[in-house]
Design a protein. Sequence first.
Length: 425
Amino acid sequence: MLRISLSAEPSAGSWGEKALLSYQEDGAVIHYSGDYPLRRIQQAARRLQSQGVTQASLEGDGWSYERQWAFYCGFAATMKPVELKWASIDEDELELLNARRHCSDWVRQVVNATPEDMYPEKLAADAVEFLAAIAGDKISHELLIGDQLLEYGWIGTHSVGRASSRPPVMLTLDFNPTGDPDVPVAACLVGKGITFDSGGYSLKSSAGMVTMKCDMGGAATVTAALGYAIEQGLRQRVRLILCCAENMVAGNAYKLGDVLTYKNGLTVEVVNTDAEGRLVLADGLIAASETKAPLIIDAATLTGAAMMAVGTDYNALFGLDKELLQHAQQLSELVSEPAWPLPLEKWHQANCPSYYADTANSRAQKGGGMGGASNAAAFLSRFVDTDSSRWIHFDLAACFRDSADSRWAAGATGLGVANIAALLL
């Protein structure tokens, strides 16, 4: 293992005064002084990993919990496993690091999998297996597959997924540590699980489609967040709802101009089959609202507009409850997973009008037109009973990298997992 130590001092002149790394006989030294030390530590770890280092031991002073986690984020690889020995710290923090790594590694595993290997039923099964390994008999679950969705009124998930040879699925998983079947649900998590997104008849280009295995990042994130919260001692009942489908093209695919009638009676005209994530999430939000849970959190790789607004270092936050938004942002800073609120008001619901239905699922303009991320969030808000539940929407702009950069390997990042877990706790 390569020994890695920290130094708050600049590197020796022979390495360059602003060098991130210097090397000694017994290992490497990260020079983290300057602005944004956690980013510098992550950049140094990424540089080591890109140079072929796959085994590292963090040693010496200065390795706080936050610094060790920053190193791990840069050291984790897309394809090959890495071995990392944490520095000696408080036992509780060591357990927290191991739990966070376990959950983030699971996100990487399922999001980076090929769309041939990760399809709706497989995603649902993997989520159940992952959480069962953590919570054991404290969880129970139900799967609705294919046409069973219509029997329960889940028109959005069925419509988006019906053109695929691999049927759409809704997973409802109940974590109930109390053992009392009558105890109320304290929170609901809803995740977008589009395991591959061709765009449907609003077909994506090859460049836009090549990374669309990541479109189930929301489902992976909320699943891992629940697992991470459980590992930290979550004691409240939480329900997880994953809306899983492949958005494909076929003779029986849903079409532009179709009108979907949802279980809550709302009618939606389809003006863009590539705005499918909000159609499946609507089912999950209705199901979550039926529980009367006081907190509903949904997460999705929903819009390119959010990425245009906040970039790929932040997740975008939306909600009508300003106090909850502020709390979520404060927690994002606490767990070093940057998130930023974008505008959302009730009047945004009128920004996707339809002559033929209560609303359209977008606007017939490139990218959904101006304010596309806010309009998408407003569409979701129509399906939440905000009189009974506080609701927050994570548009996961930071959960995936199309290519490697100075801090992250290509693929899933896991950003959002700890933020959502903190909200549950």
